[in-house]
Write a protein that binds this ligand. Structure first.
Ligand SMILES: [Zn+2]
Length: 120
C-alpha cells in the first residue's frame, strides 16, 4: 500500500538484483559444460547483466550528484530528492521541492494519519 521509496534507493536495489542475476546466470552456464554454445550464451548473458548493473551504478552516481540534498523533516537525516517528488532514503517520508504539490499528490498515496498530521 505505502509503496513509496526513494528513487535512488529503488534504482540501487535494481542494480543489486541485476548483479546477483548475472552471477546466477553465469553459474547456471556451468551446468551446460557439455554444450559449449549454451554455456557461452549463459556466460555472455550473465556478463551482460553485470555490465548493465555497473552502468546503472554509474548512472546512480551521476543522478545523485544532480539530486538536491535536503534534511528530512521526519528523521532529520540528510537525504537526496530526485525530481519534484521523492521519498526520504531513510524513513520514506514523502518530500517535495515544489510547494504547489504539497499535500496534493500525497493525499492519494498516504493514509489519513499522515495527512491530518500534515494539516495540523
Ligand atoms: Zn527521513
Amino acid at each position: 500500500m505505502l509503496n513509496f521509496t526513494s528513487k535512488i534507493n529503488k534504482i540501487r536495489t535494481f542494480a543489486l538484483v541485476l548483479i546477483f542475476a548475472g552471477i546466477i546466470i553465469m553459474y547456471l552456464g556451468l551446468f551446460f559444460q557439455a554444450q559449449p554454445i549454451l554455456m557461452t550464451l549463459f556466460m555472455l548473458l550473465g556478463f551482460l547483466a553485470i555490465i548493465a548493473s555497473t552502468v546503472i551504478y554509474f548512472w546512480i552516481g551521476m543522478l545523485s550528484s544532480k539530486a538536491v540534498q535536503v534534511v528530512c523533516p521526519e528523521c532529520e537525516k540528510p537525504t537526496k530528492v530526485l525530481g519534484r517528488v521523492d521519498a526520504c532514503m531513510h524513513c520514506n517520508e514523502p518530500l517535495t521541492l515544489d510547494p504547489e504539490l504539497e499535500g496534493k499528490e500525497f493525499d492519494q498515496a498516504y493514509n489519513s494519519k499522515k495527512k491530518s498530521r500534515r494539516e495540523n
